[in-house]
Design a protein around this ligand. Sequence first.
Ligand code: ADP
Length: 445
Amino acid sequence: MFNKEIETLELTELRELQSRRLVNLVNTVYEKVPFYKKAFDEKGIKVSDIKSINDIHKLPFTKKTDLRDNYPFGFLTVPESELARIHCSSGTTGKPTVVAYTENDLELFSEVVARSLAAAGAKPGMKLHNAYGYGLFTGGIGVHYGGEKLGLSVIPVSGGMTERQINLLRDFKSEVICCTPSYAQTIGAELKKRGISLSELNLKYAVLGAEPWTEGIRQQVEESLGVVATNIFGLSEVIGPGVSQEAYDEKGTGSYIWEDHFFPEVVDRYTGEPLPYGEEGVLVFTTLTKEAMPFVRYWTNDICSIDYDQQGSRTHIKMSAIKGRADDMLIIRGVNLFHTQVEELIHDFVELVPNYQLVVTKQGIMDKVEVKVELSQNYGKSQNVNGVLTSEMVNENEKLSFLSKRLGKKIKDNIGISMNVTLMAHNQIPKSEGGKLSRIVDLRE
Ligand code: ADP
């Protein structure tokens, strides 16, 4: 662990720390940020009402539109001359938002990324191949300094130019790679295409984030890169990557949120009411220690649940994998749909790989979804698909049609929506070129 004392702090002490920090925070933002003064006054909240972390639910939310309305520096609590860095979010869902950091904020950013990389398996002395994009996006530079803080030697490759990525992985023998899960898929596919065996590389850990992903992609990436792959989560408004991280020896049980700095809540997406641990809703964060641009109850729009893990190595709360963003949710004939729900089902088919796209169109008044999904590269080499095929089904087309019907039925049975399944040859679905990949093509007006 990078910071054992804090990562294993008793819950009662953690709550005391959070309470002290929250009281400080509300005092600062009320005094320094006109948006919060107005929002507190409108809700009739006095700063003195906030005595402990248990009072957090009284406070107003902050939404992305509030940041846009106060573009670029309306949320600053310090003079611009005290800033040490300015970043923007990727702008995946519209105009990017601006975030700013003081020297202390950058120190905090490096600390939580160092904790995260250590939880992912990285150890001082290892090399980190950082294929997150460098630039305004917080991913590249955020991971960079956290890696250095942990004592890694960081290779600032950035995203894209896949051939060069592979040459560097092979030549430098990096043990750790950071990138989006979809870009890890691209690198894995390229290795295969070029016939490069895993023994020519030295990768051990992949730290993947910036977009939703599921177990099927984990398995594919672990096999194709020869790594243990874990989830790193974050968003610019809260700090950047390193808000939470899955531990490499606790895979599949959620990602630790570094809650001494980022206090999480999950709330009902329609009413904003706090939900009990384990229930799915919108993730909300209060930045307890950030100086330049702290946020009270920032509405991430990401859908997940949070809960404590009594078996976990750390005391901090864990968040489940993000299902999707509330504004990325499709409503198809009245049924809510996140693309990760389809991704999870694809995982059950050995003949398929999780390279897929959901194409949404409108026919008359009906929404139609077509699932385009790639056959595995080995498809056809082992003809007996799950042992279900009969000896009469020798015709290749018949096998493919049987396979697409099985996936279609599985989707209908599990999600409740009929979708047309189109099987694509290997490498036919657009892949990540280095950054976040959109799995949904919405052709409706
Ligand atoms: P933008 O919101 O413009 O994409 P960011 O680059 O700050 O800006 O990205 C943050 C968002 O990326 C999060 O709110 C979340 O939707 C997504 N994200 C980041 N990490 C993960 C992850 N590990 N799993 C799922 N989604 C993630």
